[in-house]
Design a binder for this molecule. Structure first.
Ligand code: MLT
Length: 262
């Protein structure tokens, strides 16, 4: 079932009496990147996967987004659906939202899953790169950037074996409104560094990373996990940045084992 909450397109799957898991996708994707997780967990959990503002079917508005406004959106979904201490699962940009949400309101959550993400903010080089991306989108449109960027998120082996899936993903994302896309880029450029908060996280934490991820690499994610008390770090084989898609079997196994211990 789909619902619109504050202009956001929210997919709700499973029984709302069950424990809720909120899935937050990365850039430039939408809720559908979580299909394998929704299929695996919606029988036992109430699965909520929404499109981040500016992407998918969520409203674009004026594209003036910040990580703070993304966390406000998340809070609104939790409040409107009256979710009691959901589990939160964020991938990459969704992980940035998740980490800032923990820093602002950790008591609202019972556990956290961080997938191929990072706690550090963009350094100067990163900010300049993202500014150049905005210029490129202005000059040549979003599709030419999106094709290359999305292709970089998947490992070569997966891309060869799943040409059609990757092509479908690109075809979907390139249609996104460039105002929404640039709003997400600006929110990522201006986000806070949440590293100092990691050692304060006091809820069970699972950290997942694709072994060939070059965007949020294993060393960075392992170091992040080491700062979180009692966190479990799982390296997912045969996958790059899109590990939860590329190796959903192992990702789901790791999530299942983590959830069983809660
Ligand atoms: C994502 O997958 O959400 C992006 O790679 C995050 C980023 O560009 O920092």
């Amino acid at each position: 079932m789909k619902k619109t909450i504050g202009g956001l397109s929210v997919l709700l799957e499973g029984n709302n009496k069950h424990k809720a898991i909120i899935f937050i996708h990365g850039f430039p994707y939408d809720h559908s990147m979580w299909q394998a997780q929704i299929d695996a967990f919606s029988e036992a959990y109430y699965c909520i996967a929404y499109d981040v503002r500016g992407l998918g079917n969520s409203s674009v508005g004026d594209g003036q987004f910040t990580m703070e406004s993304f966390v406000d959106d998340l809070e609104r979904i939790i409040d409107e659906l009256q979710l009691e201490t959901p589990i939160i699962c964020g991938f990459s940009m969704g992980g940035y939202i998740t980490l800032r949400a923990l820093e602002r309101m950790e008591a609202k959550f019972s556990a956290v899953i961080l997938c191929d993400t990072a706690s550090h903010a963009d350094n100067n080089e990163g900010k300049i790169n993202r500014s150049e991306i905005i210029q490129r989108i202005n000059a040549r449109g979003f599709p030419s950037f999106a094709k290359n960027f999305i292709a970089r998120c998947y490992g070569d082996v997966y891309k060869k074996a799943h040409k059609e899936e990757v092509a479908k993903r690109i075809a979907k994302s390139i249609k996104y409104n460039s105002i929404g896309v640039k709003g997400c880029i600006l929110a990522m450029i201006s986000r806070n560094d949440t590293t100092a908060y990691l050692s304060s996280i006091n809820i069970p934490t699972l950290v997942l990373c694709g072994e060939n991820d070059t965007i949020t690499p294993p060393d960075t994610m392992r170091a992040m996990a080491e700062k979180i008390k009692g966190a479990t770090f799982v390296l997912l084989k045969d996958s790059a940045h899109m590990s939860v898609v590329e190796n959903s079997t192992d990702a789901n196994e790791a999530i299942k084992a983590f959830l069983a211990k809660l």
